[in-house]
Design a protein around this ligand. Structure first.
Ligand code: AMP
Length: 254
């Protein structure tokens, strides 16, 4: 009970008790800045949204919680999330599943490298949300395994990475298979012109929700970087680890 009381800030964003219960189980205490901006906008009006948010800022929950809050058990795919990599597709699908309040809500990742047959079988069982990489999504559409003509949400995750990886044409192509009256959400760490162009061409009325840069990082973490030559990268990393007493860390790489 006390835990649910603590979640007041989430409640104030417009989330219901059943969602708060899941958040409490996951140990979330208060919304992150991008969640504060995005969740009420998604729940209370119907504009399209461009959210400026880095990885690790809670953007997955920012777009997933309103979808979960408004989930209805329907016969068709209600939301698609496009991600630049299969790792992100898996991560987003897992996060959405872990936040879901209904056993009926089915979220599946689709990505190149996994057998189409497995994905065909999963889709056939009835799916509500598909999280996928652009190439595989197009493949599934062209094989008539995936229908995106009744979407409520079309979400681009890490839109700037999509652009860097040359996926813009694929995204435009996927959009041609979708219904007009869907809500579009783009999330991106930066806002390059090409992404804004896609937004202007395809979004209806939209708002840009940006987290102030001072809120992007936390004061409790000191951030440092080392400029090294590509060939010295590994050696430098080993030295940093050797120099740091009781090194506990996560190393992110491509
Ligand atoms: P993301 O930016 O979506 O990749 O999220 C980064 C991590 O933060 C994930 O492990 C989330 O489960 C976690 N997270 C998201 N929102 C919150 C929150 N409000 N409180 C605590 N952890 C969160």
């Amino acid at each position: 009970m006390e835990q649910l009381e603590k979640l007041k800030e989430f409640r104030d964003l417009g989330l219901s008790e059943k969602v708060l219960k899941v958040l409490s189980k996951k140990g979330y205490e208060s919304p992150t800045p991008i969640q504060r901006l995005t969740i009420p906008a998604l729940l209370k009006n119907d504009k399209d949204i461009i959210g400026q948010a880095q990885t690790g800022t809670g953007k997955t929950a920012a777009f997933s919680l309103p979808i979960i809050e408004n989930f209805e058990n329907l016969e068709y795919i209600q939301a698609i999330v496009l991600t630049p990599t299969r790792e992100l597709a898996l991560q987003v699908a897992e996060e959405m599943n872990s936040l879901s309040t209904s056993k009926k809500m089915k979220v599946i990742p689709v990505y190149g490298g996994q057998s189409i047959d497995i994905q065909r079988k999963l889709i056939k069982t009835g799916v509500d949300v598909v999280v996928g990489t652009p190439g595989r999504v197009i493949d599934l559409i062209e094989r008539k395994l995936l229908k995106l003509n009744s979407l409520k949400y079309f979400i681009l995750d890490e839109a700037d990475e999509m652009l860097n990886m040359g996926f813009i044409e694929d995204i435009e192509k996927i959009l041609t298979f979708t219904n007009e009256d869907k809500r579009m959400l783009f999330f991106s760490a930066t806002m390059p012109d090409e992404i804004m162009k896609v937004a202007k061409n395809h979004m209806k009325e939209y708002e840009v929700l940006a987290v102030k840069s001072r809120e992007l990082t936390t004061d409790l973490t000191e951030q440092i970087y080392f400029e090294v030559n590509e060939r010295d990268k590994f050696e430098a990393l080993c030295r940093i680890i050797d120099l740091t007493k009781e090194f506990y860390g996560i190393i992110f790489c491509r």
